[in-house]
Design a protein around this ligand. Structure first.
Ligand SMILES: [Zn+2]
Length: 61
């Protein structure tokens, strides 16, 4: 403990749409496990077949 949290320490994921890595953001703090897309644009243009059962609830961004 006591270590400074640098940008490089943030968790990252790969966007399911564009395939680019993206880093954790504060707005995703509550549902980071469910985040699959780097941006809302990618979330809306997700490729067919990548649908997530159970998703689509409470999608008010
Ligand atoms: Zn993306």
């Amino acid at each position: 403990m006591g270590r400074m949290r640098r940008k490089g320490d943030l968790p990252t994921k790969t966007c399911a749409t564009c395939g680019r890595p993206f880093a954790w953001r504060k707005k995703w703090a509550d549902h980071w496990d469910e985040v699959r897309y780097c941006s809302e644009r990618c979330r809306r243009s997700r490729p067919p077949g990548a649908d997530t059962p159970g998703a689509g609830s409470g999608d008010t961004d």
